[in-house]
Design a protein around this ligand. Structure first.
Ligand SMILES: [Zn+2]
Length: 414
């Protein structure tokens, strides 16, 4: 079995991948010599933690449990964490099969499910400790990823060779400190990936991610010059992995799989939940809103109120079964509208207005801009163009590359 590297680049849509090919030369060179899927279907919702979990399980949220960046815990919507994942992830299954697994900064994996583990540089973003007076136990899921000290010795060896020993605390300074922590955090993970994959005894599976394209597009806009820069930055980091493999003579004998958790696209405006549903407990997943309800009757009443605003209730079959009476899901079909918890101060009381984000994702199921790309090259993968694949096919493809038995509904693409 050839070693496998999975790199998730956050928020690069299928359309962006095709349209701005010149900004991503390394990725398109990989696509030219391997398997390229033009459109990978989006998860519901097409947001970051469900997307990450889908890539590593090949299941939908009704099974893996991560039906949003935020999940309902019976009293509030809180950030999902790796302990909320209800099914074995690919790293966990690979480890159980006796493989050597490195997880470098990829969210939604537990430290014990890898031989070599480093937390996502952004893990603290998910902690509500700083925002709430009473910390909630679920934060422990993220805290323990950040506390984990790598026992394999591999990260220490990388540091001894001159690479970073860790990542800065992104929340220890001002906005510039956060931005530079993001850029260095992403770079460190891919530098480590390149170096580990090029050692004499590389891990069988390395899983890592780059967040920058998502953050920059949200703020700048999906085709803004800064957003295009962020595509080039992510591509250059992948290029560093390719260069490392090439220098080690391993480029053809390592399978490199690159994909995204969801797409990105222009936002047409926002609906403000505080004015639409005063007193309700809500969460926003971009263009999908979750509302805590007390049974089907209340969900029906809320749906009737929201219909006047072009909002439709989703069937909710993407929710885990036991959540369906407690959480109702809503979206705006046919429009790239985001839900926001509260209107900006100058629009207090308005139900609709501009969005805080120039670009976004997680819109109504089937929205084209939510779809992403997939590229797999090396390790004997033959050149092939595939117009469409299902979300579950990504995990099925990684399983096949690793020699793990098929599981779930996905189809291996190579
Ligand atoms: Zn994302």
């Amino acid at each position: 079995m050839a070693p496998v590297i999975v790199i998730m680049l956050d928020g690069i849509s299928a359309d962006t991948f095709a349209r701005f090919a010149a900004r991503m030369p390394h990725l398109h060179a990989l696509a030219a010599r391997g398997l390229a899927v033009e459109r990978v279907a989006a998860d519901v919702p097409a947001t970051s933690l469900p997307g990450r979990t889908g890539i590593l399980t090949g299941l939908d949220p009704s099974h893996h449990g991560i039906y949003g960046n935020l999940v309902w815990d019976g009293a509030r919507f809180r950030y999902a964490n790796p302990d909320d994942v209800r099914v074995p992830t690919l790293p966990q299954q690979a480890l159980a099969a006796g493989l050597d697994v490195a997880v470098l900064g990829y969210g939604m994996v537990r430290p014990e499910d890898a031989t070599t583990f480093h937390h996502a540089w952004w893990a603290h973003e998910m902690l509500q400790r700083a925002r709430d007076e009473a910390p909630i136990p679920a934060d422990e899921g993220w805290l323990r990823t950040a506390r984990h000290a790598d026992a394999s010795g591999r990260i220490a060896a990388l540091a001894a060779a001159g690479l970073p020993a860790g990542v800065p605390d992104a929340y220890a300074g001002d906005r510039m400190h956060y931005l530079m922590s993001e850029l260095t955090g992403d770079q460190t993970m891919l530098q480590w990936t390149a170096a580990l994959a090029s050692t004499a005894d590389p891990p069988d599976l390395i899983v890592t991610e780059v967040l920058t394209p998502d953050s920059v597009q949200h703020v700048a806009g999906h085709d803004h010059p800064f957003a295009l820069w962020s595509l080039g930055y992510a591509d250059a980091l992948v290029g560093e992995v390719v260069r490392g493999l090439e220098a080690a003579g391993r480029l053809d004998s390592t399978s490199l799989l690159v994909t995204s958790d969801h797409g990105h696209g222009p936002v047409d405006g926002a609906l403000y939940l505080d004015a639409l549903l005063p007193g309700a407990t809500c969460a926003s997943e971009g263009g999908i809103a979750y509302v805590a309800v007390d049974g089907a009757g209340e969900a029906d009443r809320i749906a009737a109120r929201l219909r006047a605003h072009g909002v439709e209730r989703l069937a909710g079959d993407h929710l885990p079964r036991e959540q369906r009476d407690a959480v109702a899901a809503f979206t705006v079909p046919g429009r790239a509208v985001g839900f926001e918890l509260a209107a900006p101060a100058e629009r207090a009381g308005a139900t609709e207005g501009p969005s805080r984000y120039a670009s976004g994702h997680g819109f109504a199921p089937g929205t084209a801009s939510d779809e992403r790309f997939l590229v797999v090259a090396g390790g004997g993968v033959e050149p092939q163009r595939v117009p469409r694949a299902a979300s579950a096919d990504v995990a099925a493809t990684v399983r096949a590359l690793l020699g793990l038995p098929p599981r779930g509904v996905g189809r291996a693409l190579c």
